[in-house]
Design a binder for this molecule. Structure first.
Ligand code: PG9
Length: 638
């Protein structure tokens, strides 16, 4: 029986080698998932439908809902991995929400990805800039209304959270909140695109904005990245000349949002009417709001603190307006918070916050019968000592009205810093230091080759060692003696610079730096590290008015006063305090031609000129940084 012997030898069971490998329809078996996903088009009041992904934990009943409204593709946001487990499917930062059994909703804002309607970048609220009947407040309202009426698994309570642009949409929902909106957690929110968030900082234009506009507005989905054909962004931007020159190379000058930016270089009504802190400060505060940010937020360092400050006067019982500041980069709260660049913290600080503070806060307001959370009005991670602090308010020190008064540290002859004002110097002392700022050789913001689109470069750059520029002849560095006692800074340092220029316009970049001792036994790589604690740029033409720029009189010392980003940091004994000053920060910020022109976006090659900058430190012109110093022993904890 040859057939029988074939069968018993197993030869018949073999797959012939030429069996087509793509055959009949096949679907991998999906292990049973612990969630279901629904995709719906939710109608807004004007008939436009918004693409919405709803992820419901299996067996959910009376579950609260958390909504994120995004321009970054709701489908993708709700699918970090293709997995049967909700924890792996949703974004990293949603971990505690998943454990707590929340229904999670992501929605494309109008005009992006799956949603209908027109896209308008950070769409202004109805009012002077928006004559339509819809905005992010109405779209959030209509969405929440639909969710509470159409999700049988929900308890009818909705929270909103999201970071950056998604943080902006959370804040916009607060302008006219739906009654079912019970808690809001805006993270690293974009609040004022001119003062200190995404597009400009104090009037200096942020060049990566152009690549972002390309990505966001050339198509409804996500566009192709720019084909720059050049590895070093420093070189690429330098060759292009002005920001308008760079935009023209790629045709980005045709995009409506580029035009809007280029038409509004100053802080005019276009920007003022969009400032979210102003908008919310003019309305009642109804929804418990926990604004979250990172101390080293490289995109939106201004907004979170501005919103907290605008809402604080409305929070009479200190139970609606909360602030959280972690040792994080932009949106770092949603990722691993164990380290940032060379800095290592005490553990995953972002998880600690999400698990121990955010989740109980959300539960209190969104879960039926949940206990009251022990939420401090302000939670801040103090770097240098590396510990969380529970505080009653923020800041702890400022010019007036804070628990402690700011203390000025003065620039002195000999590139020294001291807490006493300059006395009349030696007869031969010049009373100033000077450098030549050459727009043809601007100071880079990170070492070259500059790769602004590389996350490894971009995310931690605000803590990068400043030694790479400290010795440039166009960077001044003033430094203190090694500190004998800890110096606690908790608030926003304020620059009070007396400077003159041989040009008729100038940028001033000021950095407050913690200089580590020569040797750091616990982490040898940090020996001598120049850690930026707070850095900011100011465009000199706006010294008297952010709205109406004015040329600088060449040679005339003028006062430039502006705030650096908020810090909560202790400079430890043995460390030194350093202040660096320079006049460009390239190519993150466009170059100031240093000759006053009506609109720097359109500066021509011949407008750029070298200028000699003088930083004054005399009794009459005492350049200083007002530091938010918390005196030793001051009570800060709750
Ligand atoms: N910082 C980004 C952004 C927000 C708003 C406008 C433009 C850019 C973001 O991370 O979403």
């Amino acid at each position: 029986f040859p057939l029988l012997s074939l069968i018993t030898s197993g030869a018949l069971a073999q797959t012939p080698p030429m069996t087509p490998d793509i055959g009949k329809a096949f679907m991998a078996t999906v292990p049973e998932a612990d969630y279901t996903k629904r995709t719906v088009m939710i109608p807004m009041r004007d008939g436009v439908k918004l693409y919405t992904v709803i992820v419901v934990p299996k067996g959910a009943r009376q579950a609260p809902v958390l909504l994120t409204r995004t321009p970054y593709n709701a489908f993708g946001r709700a699918q970090r991995n293709k997995s049967p487990r909700m924890l792996a499917t949703l974004p990293h930062g949603d971990d505690t929400l998943v454990h707590a059994g929340y229904i999670r909703v992501f929605q494309d804002v109008r005009g992006k990805h799956g949603s209908e309607g027109d896209y308008v970048m950070t769409r202004p609220l109805r009012g002077p800039l928006n004559g339509t009947k819809t905005d992010h407040a109405t779209d959030a309202w209509d969405t929440i209304d639909w969710l509470v009426k159409n999700l049988p698994e929900s308890n009818g309570k909705v929270g909103m959270l999201g970071s950056s642009y998604e943080g902006f949409t959370v804040l916009m929902a607060l302008a006219d909140p739906h009654p079912a909106l019970k808690a809001a957690v805006p993270m690293s929110p974009m609040v004022d695109g001119w003062r200190g968030d995404d597009w400009f900082h104090n009037g200096a234009f942020r060049m990566p904005s152009l690549a972002f506009i390309n990505a966001q507005t050339t198509v409804r989905g996500r566009a192709e990245a720019l084909a720059t054909g050049i590895h070093d962004d420093y070189e690429g931007h330098l060759r292009a000349g002005s920001a308008a020159g760079y935009a023209r190379q790629f045709g980005l000058d045709k995009l409506p949002y580029t035009k809007k930016l280029f038409e509004h270089p100053a802080y005019d009504s276009y920007w003022q009417h969009q400032a979210v802190d102003r908008l919310l400060g003019a309305r009642p505060l109804k929804v418990p709001t926990m604004t979250v940010t990172g101390q080293w937020d490289q995109e939106d360092s201004y907004g979170a603190f501005a919103v907290y400050a605008a809402l604080e006067p409305k929070d009479k019982a200190n139970d609606l307006n909360y602030l959280v500041v972690g040792p994080w980069r932009h949106s770092g709260v949603n990722y691993d918070g164990s380290s940032l660049g060379a800095l290592a913290f005490t553990g995953d600080t972002a998880l600690e916050f999400r698990r121990d503070v955010m989740q109980p806060f959300l539960d209190q307001h969104l879960k039926d019968g949940a206990p009251k959370a022990d939420t401090p009005p302000v939670l801040s991670y103090q770097t240098g000592t590396n510990r969380w602090q529970r505080l009653q308010g923020w800041p702890l020190a400022c010019a007036t009205g804070c628990p402690a008064a700011a203390q000025a540290v003065y620039l002195q002859d000999g590139f020294r810093l001291s807490f006493t004002a300059p006395a009349s110097g030696a007869p031969d002392a010049a009373g100033f230091d000077e450098y030549v700022a050459d727009p043809a050789k601007p100071v880079p913001f990170v070492p070259r080759p500059v790769r602004m689109g590389d996350p490894e470069v971009w995310r931690p750059w605000l803590v990068s060692d400043q030694r790479f520029v400290a010795d440039r002849p166009d960077v001044l560095a003033y430094v203190s003696e090694p500190l004998a006692a800890p110096l606690q800074l908790s608030g926003a340092p304020v620059v009070n610079l007396f400077a003159s220029t041989s040009g008729s316009d100038a940028d001033w970049v000021v950095k407050v730096i913690d200089v580590y001792p020569d040797e750091v036994p616990s982490q040898p790589g940090l020996g001598g590290y120049q850690l930026p604690v707070a850095m900011e740029i100011f465009r000199g033409r706006y010294r008297d008015s952010l709205e109406h720029p004015a040329a600088i009189v060449p040679g005339k010392p003028e006062r430039y006063r502006f705030a650096l980003p908020n810090v909560n940091h202790v400079i430890r004994p043995g460390h030194r305090l350093m202040v660096q000053i320079q006049s460009s920060w390239f190519p993150l910020y466009d170059r100031n031609p240093q000759r006053f022109v009506p609109n720097i976006f359109h500066a021509r090659p011949g407008d750029y000129m070298k200028a000699t900058q003088r930083i004054w430190h005399t009794p009459a012109l005492p350049s200083a940084i007002e530091l938010p110093v918390v005196p030793a022993g001051a009570a800060t904890a709750r």
